[in-house]
Design a protein around this ligand. Sequence first.
Ligand code: SF4
Ligand code: SF4
Length: 408
Amino acid sequence: MKLSEKPREKNIAPPLWLLAEVTYRCPLNCVFCYNPVDYAKQHNELTTAEWVKVLREGRKMGAAQLGLSGGEPLLRKDLEEIVEEARKLGYYVNLLTSGIGMTEERIKNLKIAGLDHIQLSFQDSTKEMNDFLSSTKTFDLKKKVAGLIKEYDYPMVLNCVLHRLNIDHIEQILNMAEAMGAEFVELANTQFYSWGMLNRDQLLPSEEQLKRAEKITHKFRDRLGNKMKLFFIMPDYYSTRPKKCMNGWGNVFITVQADGMVLPCHVASMLPDINFESVRNKSLDWIWYKSPGFNKFRGDDWMKEPCKSCPEKENDLGGCRCQAFMLTGDPNAADPVCDKSPHHSKISEAVIASQKPSNYERPIVFRTDNDSRKIMQKRDKGQLDITSSRLLERDSKPSKEKSRVGLV
Ligand code: SF4
Ligand code: SF4
């Protein structure tokens, strides 16, 4: 297809990655889920025709990679149609899935439709912990899906989100990946947003745990080389400089939520005083180049000290706006991960607290429609400080899960 030749807005490159969060419905209830905590408000998913329009507009702007995620994208009965259209338009199409809903018939049809890549997530190498963390009985099903991925000749790409409760199983996780014939394994430490932030005290690993996990990952890397490529993503909390979030706000990635709202990253809807636009009302092109939301944190005009005059600002662009907002209440502040930030103690205190076993005392919160609705109700009544990581603390009751966590 011929890409648009009209001159681009000064200094704004086109998006390369389009992330389509096609649904927030999900059979799993992961404790680290990155979906917005108020996801339950999204009942009005884009239709097939609306997604096709989004894909066409994105491709015309220059986007080349499409990620289909959720929720669980396999819950959309039209997934094959969306994949087929995307492939025809020339996208490289990647499905990010928990595997639940994948059958032999579906994988066959997705292959025919032109799906290029499947990333399958596991919560752990043990059935007990995998099923506990997602509050479902899905471990055996995931193993079957891993077999189907191999059978249908896809590269085996496994993802496992790491945290305090499973990081000590890293050797077993990597052994499992090797036994499954994984070519790529992404070991991404939980980033503390959304549901992960609610459960931060239970999920933040200790420094000792991280060091051990890194050492074991290196051992596997040395032994397996290119046969199984390993990506180990550190949690921000153990750095003194923040990440260049999304490779820069409105720079490479564009995310379209299930109801059509367009964001520079999948959690940016938490930021105050920004009206993000929907593909139902505006074109993707206008949203990317012209909308106030996408231009808000481009460049460095918005920066305050210490970022404004910082010689390192090109490296990280002041870090993550959402993390700055969650931890300081100010989205224009330096990301507190940075040790030059006056709020860096918010990070170091959390790291110190993570060394204490008493963190297990608070019950863990699962991502459920019910809790998502509770959070919305509180927010609507003005009872919610959305910068707090303890949104549900007053409601949380000791639960069976608490003792199960303690056993691991
Ligand atoms: S992280 Fe878990 S609960 Fe959240 S969308 Fe993915 S599979 Fe579903
Ligand atoms: S002060 Fe700001 S720009 Fe400088 S390193 Fe820290 S976060 Fe980055």
